[in-house]
Structures are given as structure tokens and as C-alpha cells.
Design a protein around this ligand. Structure first.
Ligand code: URA
Length: 239
């Protein structure tokens, strides 16, 4: 909670009063449209690639192996290893980031660096935990050089893997972290601000959009909005 600037934490003294209000939403959905957007270049979403590539594997072991062996785009040559995803393979919650950074590239797990620590704290703030009813994955499985944004052809080549992960997990809610994740999944360019506060859909799965933790580390004042988004997500999950 402290990481989201939600401090001090006020705890209701009278438990019976708390129980009465348990069913009430934590925070109402955002009423005021927010016009802000992330300071990143617009993502141009490429049409589906992979026309002459092998079909994507349909079970977990084969999919993991396929990603491990993948060299379908130029990212693989510049990274240490592929970063498949981590967590509960039957999770209700799926958090999707952009792509591995240096720490993730070294460890083979998404969101293990500073942004990952903040993500773990964001999860804790809504009583979730990496690996327990939560799965974490990225749009691209290989680290883009110098932490640049993944390019449209790289996204299009890699996206079928995430699509298959989603088909296997069958999450109840996808939380897209940042503009690249959101626009890649939604298949259209838009500002992050315009995508927040709405329940979108990805292949039949509800999807909400919030800020990328790395952006929140650079712009801590925006954490309050991320907290609104998380509450919106909780509300969507437990109406
Ligand atoms: N940023 C991302 O988008 N994904 C990671 O795994 C780490 C940092």
C-alpha cells in the first residue's frame, strides 16, 4: 500500500460495521475521463504475422518448448533467453507487460526487476500474489535491445504465443500494463488515458488497462490513478 502512496493505512475499528459494508465496492469506477497518455511513441499494431511459421503448440509443455526454441524474429539473437511467463496456469487474473528487461532476460522470469517489485506491491495492495491465482506474461518473450519498445513485426510474430497462453489459462480478467500491452492486445492505437476506466475485451476475456509499473516508477504521482484502475479491476472481478 505504501508503494502506491496509500499511506497511512486506516483500519476500521468496529468489525461489525466493516462487515456491513463488505459488499460495497472499494472505490467507485472512475467518473472523470483522463486525457493523459504515456510519453512513449505510438505503437503501430501490425497485422497478424507468422503466416509461413509452424502452428502454435496447444499444450503447456509443447508451448514452453516452442517458445524456448523460437527464433522467429530478430529479438532472439540479442537476448540471453526467452521469458515465457510465470504463475498459476489456472489463474483468474492475467497481468500482461511489454517485454523482458535486463533483469528478466538474466533470470528468465517476467517482472523481477524494480518494476517487478512495484508490480508485486500493486498485487499485494489488492490481496493478490504472484503465482497464486495470478499469471504474469509479456507481449514479447525476448528482451528488445537497449530496452526499446518492441517493433510491430516483433509483436505480431510473438503475439500468438500469448494468445495460446490466454487460451490455456482462461483468465477471468486481463490487466494490460501500459500502452504497448494494451494496444497490442486491442489491435488499435490509442492513448493509455483513453483506454483506462473501461472494460474492453480480448477474444471474449474482459480486459482493463492501467499504467506500466516502470512508468509509475518514473512518475510516482500517477500511482493514485493506477490504484483507481486496480480497484476498478477488483470491482469487475467481484461485482
Ligand atoms: N517490463 C515489462 O514489460 N515486462 C517485464 O517482464 C519487465 C519489465
Amino acid at each position: 500500500m505504501r508503494e502506491l502512496n496509500l499511506y497511512p493505512l486506516w483500519v476500521r475499528r468496529d468489525a461489525s460495521v466493516a462487515a456491513e459494508h463488505e459488499a460495497a465496492p472499494v472505490v467507485a469506477a472512475r467518473e472523470v475521463p483522463v486525457a493523459e497518455s504515456l510519453p512513449v511513441a505510438p505503437v503501430v499494431v501490425a497485422p497478424a504475422a507468422r503466416t509461413e511459421q509452424a502452428a502454435v503448440a496447444t499444450d503447456w509443455p509443447a508451448l514452453k518448448q516452442q517458445v524456448r526454441d523460437c527464433a522467429a524474429c530478430k529479438l532472439r539473437a540479442g537476448c540471453t533467453q526467452t521469458v515465457f511467463g510465470v504463475g498459476d496456469e489456472n489463474a483468474d487474473w492475467l497481468f500482461v507487460g511489454e517485454g523482458p528487461g535486463a533483469d528478466e532476460d538474466a533470470q528468465g522470469e517476467p517482472f523481477v526487476g524494480q518494476a517487478g517489485k512495484l508490480l508485486d506491491n500493486m498485487l499485494a495492495a489488492i490481496k493478490l500474489k504472484r503465482g497464486a491465482n495470478v499469471y504474469i506474461a509479456n507481449i514479447v518473450k525476448c528482451r528488445p535491445p537497449d530496452n526499446r519498445n518492441p517493433e510491430p513485426d516483433e509483436i505480431a510474430t510473438c503475439l500468438p504465443y500469448l494468445q495460446q497462453q490466454i487460451a490455456l489459462i482462461k483468465p477471468k480478467l486481463i490487466v494490460a500494463l501500459g500502452k504497448t500491452a494494451a494496444t497490442s492486445l486491442l489491435g488499435r492505437d490509442a492513448t493509455l488515458g483513453s483506454l483506462r476506466g473501461t472494460v474492453h475485451e480480448y477474444r471474449g476475456v474482459p480486459l482493463i488497462v492501467t499504467y506500466h509499473p516502470a512508468y509509475l516508477l518514473r512518475s510516482p504521482a500517477e500511482k493514485a490513478k493506477a490504484w483507481q484502475d486496480l480497484c476498478f479491476a477488483v470491482q469487475r472481478m467481484n461485482p
